[in-house]
Structure formats: structure tokens, C-alpha cells
Design a protein around this ligand. Structure first.
Ligand SMILES: Cc1cc2nc3c(=O)[nH]c(=O)nc-3n(C[C@H](O)[C@H](O)[C@H](O)COP(=O)(O)O)c2cc1C
Length: 177
């Protein structure tokens, strides 16, 4: 059963505690398809994804990112979203960062729609984390870790409505002020 898009966006929340049960392969593939369905600069699709389901490797990813990445120790899967510098738009390669973030957010929203909990674990631009993930996966120089999304069936209900974050003070119609 899928949630509709707006329900998934409005109910999404970071999930840091997971049940000890695997995520089905077809759901992981749907999540990856969502990641690759986002826009990218000049349609460069300048990303690559390392999907980890092995306990030992998930624990090593957690250690490489330090204390804020502890949810990986309970997660059934972790997706390391990477930028592929060989595919990045030649005239403005920094767009890879935006393309990676879009992919990571699509993973989060798709997981929510499937009833799977997710939390984004910041990696780039904290270069110590980036280097440790590169080392862990023996990545080629052109592949740069961007973020990790930890995934798993949630211990808590993630479908309950959340308080709206809409803030009229952040919105400027037609002109500033
Ligand atoms: C770029 C980025 C980095 C983040 N890094 C971490 C992290 O390392 N560990 C963690 O537990 N949550 C991390 N988060 C999740 C945020 O803490 C969370 O999104 C924020 O507190 C809002 O809560 P919500 O996701 O439930 O709406 C990160 C989120 C983003 C967008």
C-alpha cells in the first residue's frame, strides 16, 4: 500500500530506531528508481548508489560517520549516495551536490510512501566522513560520498500526521516584505 505524494511529504520524519527485519528487494529497487527519477543538471545523472544490507558493513559505515550515524546500527539498509565527477556538468561541476541532495530526498520520500523509515546522515562536506567512506568502499577518485540514508521498518508509527511547518514569515509574495 502506497501513500500518496503529499501525505508522504507531510508525514515524513527522521526515523532512528528500526525493527530487526530486512527490506524486501523489490522495495529497495523502487526506492532506487525514485532516487534516479529526480532532476539533475543537464540531465547528467551524476550519481551512484552503494546499497548496503550486510550488518557488518552497516556497522562500519556507522563508525566512519561517527556518533550522528548511530541509526545505521539498527538499520536494515543504508544507501550511500555518491556524486560521479566523471558525469558531472563540465562547466559547473558543483551541481553534483544539488543532484545528490535531490536523489537523497527522493529516497526519503519514497521510503515514507512505502512505510519504511529513513534518516539522512550528513556526510559531504564533512571531509573526514567523506574520506572514511571512500576508504571503506575503496571508491575510485571520481566517486564522492554525498550522504547516507539509513532505512528500515520503523519501531514507531511514522504515518501519524505532523504539525504543519508552514511559516508565512518565510514567504514573500511578488516582492521582499
Ligand atoms: C544534510 C542533513 C544532514 C543530516 N545529518 C544527520 C545525522 O548525521 N544524523 C541524524 O540522526 N540526523 C541527521 N539529519 C536529520 C535531521 O536532523 C532532521 O531532518 C531534522 O532534525 C528535522 O527532523 P525531521 O527529519 O524529523 O523532519 C540530517 C538531515 C540533513 C538534511
Amino acid at each position: 500500500m502506497f501513500m500518496d505524494t503529499l501525505t508522504a511529504i507531510f508525514t515524513r520524519r527522521s526515523t532512528r530506531h528500526f525493527e530487526d527485519r530486512p527490506i524486501e528487494d523489490d522495495k529497495l529497487r523502487t526506492i532506487l528508481e525514485a532516487a534516479m527519477s529526480g532532476p539533475s543538471c543537464v540531465n547528467s545523472k551524476d550519481w551512484a548508489f552503494i546499497v548496503v544490507t550486510e550488518r557488518e558493513t552497516l556497522d562500519k559505515m556507522a563508525e566512519a560517520n561517527g556518533r550522528p550515524a548511530q541509526p545505521l546500527k539498527e538499520a536494515a539498509a543504508g544507501i550511500l549516495v555518491c556524486g560521479d565527477m566523471e558525469r558531472a556538468f563540465e562547466r559547473a561541476k558543483d551541481y553534483w551536490i544539488i543532484d545528490g541532495a535531490i536523489a537523497a530526498e527522493n529516497i526519503s520520500i519514497c521510503a515514507q510512501a512505502l512505510g519504511i523509515g529513513a534518516v539522512w546522515l550528513g556526510t559531504w562536506p564533512q571531509m573526514e566522513r567523506v574520506e572514511k567512506q571512500k576508504e571503506l568502499f575503496n571508491l575510485p577518485a571520481s566517486i564522492v560520498p554525498h550522504s547516507i540514508i539509513a532505512l528500515g521498518y520503523p519501531k514507531d508509527d511514522i504515518t501519524a500526521p505532523r504539525e504543519s511547518r508552514y511559516d508565512e514569515g518565510r514567504v514573500h509574495w511578488n516582492k521582499w516584505q
